[in-house]
Write a new protein. Structure first.
Length: 189
């Protein structure tokens, strides 16, 4: 009986090719959380930086200190590029931790850039007509999607996933709340 190890099941070459492809798509070195097999790469090569180097990718140096005014310029430019203000914990603004440390909070940083911070639950899907979602409107949309598609939507299909996470913390809690609401509707009908 032959015992397969992780390397024989998923070759190093595949990891390297996937990392290179991802870097090309992003236009920069991927962050660890952006690569689905980052745990496997780290286990094989010791560190994420070492995995990037072996794939021939120059790692991001997000630790280098950037002056406050340069951070502000970068945020303004990124906001114009995206059409909306990036979220602090997203991959849309790579220096979010540095900005928070230098300005005390993400909102202080946004205000220093003379931009308007987003309100909790505010959607960025259409920056010209931003919507505020209530718990009810989030659940109603999901239940309507379930009726339309014959099944409950996945988190990837749901257009206001960010708002759901802010309000419910997990997708499963949101699904459970929708089920409860559906049962309540059925008993009231």
């Amino acid at each position: 009986m032959r015992i397969h190890n992780q390397k024989s099941r998923y070759p190093d070459e595949n990891i390297m090719n996937e990392m290179k492809t991802l870097a090309e798509e992003l236009g920069r070195a991927p962050k660890r959380r952006e690569y689905i097999r980052s745990g496997m790469a780290i286990k094989r090569y010791g560190t994420w930086t070492e995995a990037l180097l072996r794939a021939g990718i120059e790692p991001l140096d997000i630790r280098k200190s950037i002056p406050k005014d340069a951070l502000i310029d970068m945020l303004v430019q990124k906001t114009e590029e995206l059409g909306y203000l990036p979220k602090a914990s997203s991959d849309e603004f790579l220096y979010d931790r540095q900005a928070i440390k230098k300005f005390g909070s993400w909102n202080n940083f946004v205000k220093a850039a003379k931009l308007t911070p987003r309100d909790p639950g505010e959607s960025v899907t259409n920056s010209k007509k931003r919507k505020r979602h209530t718990l009810e409107s989030l659940m109603e949309l999901a239940l309507q999607m379930e009726i339309d598609n014959g099944r409950f939507p996945s988190y990837r299909e749901y257009p206001y996933f960010e708002s759901v996470m802010q309000r419910f913390q997990t997708w499963n809690k949101f699904v459970a709340a929708c089920e409860k609401r559906k049962c309540k509707k059925d008993t009231n009908s």
